[in-house]
Write a protein that binds this ligand. Structure first.
Ligand code: F6P
Length: 374
């Protein structure tokens, strides 16, 4: 391969603020150095179905501040994609489309799933560079991910606003914040918004201890409490049940045992779906205070990116195009302090950056009296 001439780009997984800023960063740098940029719509599906979009100067104009992604996104996996009602392995088709579009490299912007999928395509010979994106901030080996800063602003503002009803009505208000497997967003917004209780997946909780903390506040004269709960936070007994089922799946000796363990995991997940509402009921029973739930949901991923995310996306996006020009492939462009660092995708895929229980944010929260239910 001589000079890099054409690069492809996709956004995959859940949308998050700053994706367009990243596309623009990659695109402007690429165009300035004489490369062509081809966008593929709807994540990995666009690569499989060859849904292309030429990203010229005009297409990149005015998108820096726009939420979502001009390319569209999706959660399809290259090796297990539904095509006309049947599940198919589309990795070879994607590799063919890569050749057909005469791509020299492909940029994949996404989170945990995207990194696993990118690795599958690297194994098929594609030259890939990734950018870490998710409001959950749970991608390994990067300080932060595109979208987290904006979501942190939104969730913090929500907690600020929930205080009004909480103190006016002397209620417990539970704000459910995104984050199935990592609690960065609930923790960050909980601290910044002054939540009295923060519940995250990394610290299984005892509902009686949460109730005791709330009752202590009431006794001291503060009749309201704010609980920031990550959607994946678990009571100790549920966390143990999940660990056991996951262990059974891991040590399963045959297909039947594996299936049973999988079914148990699915049963537990379904049970967990209404967890925040159940928690509200439990806290009402234990504290005799009224409790209400606000599920922040997709509002957290919506709208214009924060200045911090625009900056991060521009830093990472421009660096990705530079790396491609230098023919550095198979890496994720990680954010490290003020700088960026290419890290092998193979070291990122399948890993999760959870909150260490001795993390300085947790220490600080405990120092200001926040309860974690542990
Ligand atoms: O990827 C981040 C995330 O926002 C999670 O926190 C959330 O659980 C998940 O995506 C839900 O996304 P969707 O419903 O779009 O699959």
């Amino acid at each position: 391969m001589n000079r890099i001439q054409r690069i492809g780009i996709i956004t995959a997984g859940g949308d998050s603020p700053g994706l367009n800023a990243a596309i623009r960063g990659v695109g402007k740098t690429a165009l300035a150095s004489g490369m062509e940029l081809i966008g593929f719509r709807s994540g990995f599906r666009g690569l499989a179905e060859n849904l292309t979009l030429k990203l010229d100067k005009r297409a990149l104009a005015g998108i820096l501040t726009v939420g979502g992604t001009i390319l569209g996104t999706g959660r399809d996996k290259p090796h297990k994609m539904e095509i006309n009602g049947t599940m198919r392995d589309m990795t070879d088709v994607i590799a063919r489309n890569y050749e057909r579009n005469r791509l020299d490299a492909l940029v994949c912007i996404g989170g945990g799933g995207t990194h696993k999928n990118a690795l599958r395509l690297i194994e098929k010979g594609l030259n890939i560079v990734t950018l870490p994106k998710t409001i959950d901030n749970d991608v390994a080996l990067t300080d932060s991910t595109i979208g987290f800063d904006t979501a942190l602003d939104i969730a913090t503002e929500a907690i600020d606003r929930l205080h009004s009803t909480a103190h006016s009505h002397h209620r417990i208000i539970i704000a459910e914040i995104m984050g199935h497997r990592a609690g960065w967003l609930a923790l960050g917004a909980g601290i910044a918004g002054g939540a009295d209780v923060i519940l995250i997946p990394e610290i299984p909780y005892d509902v009686r201890k949460i109730a005791a903390a709330i009752r202590a506040r009431s006794k001291a004269g503060t009749k309201f409490s704010i609980v920031a709960v990550a959607e994946g936070a678990l009571a100790v007994e549920d966390a143990n049940a999940f660990t056991t089922a996951a262990w059974h799946k891991k040590i399963a000796k045959n297909k039947a045992e594996k299936l049973r363990a999988k079914q148990e995991l699915m049963r537990l997940s379904a049970l967990h779906a209404g967890n925040t509402l159940r928690l509200a009921k439990q806290l009402e029973d234990l504290t005799k205070l009224e409790a209400r739930v606000s599920i922040l949901g997709y509002v957290q991923r919506g709208g214009t990116p924060s200045p911090g995310d625009r900056l991060l996306a521009t830093r990472l996006g421009t660096a990705a195009a530079e790396l491609i020009q230098q023919k550095v492939f198979g890496v994720m462009v990680a954010s490290r302090g003020e700088g960026v660092k290419p890290v092998p995708i193979v070291e990122v895929a399948g890993k999760l950056k959870t909150v260490p229980t001795d993390h300085s944010w947790i220490t600080a929260a405990r120092r200001v009296g926040t309860a974690f239910g542990d």
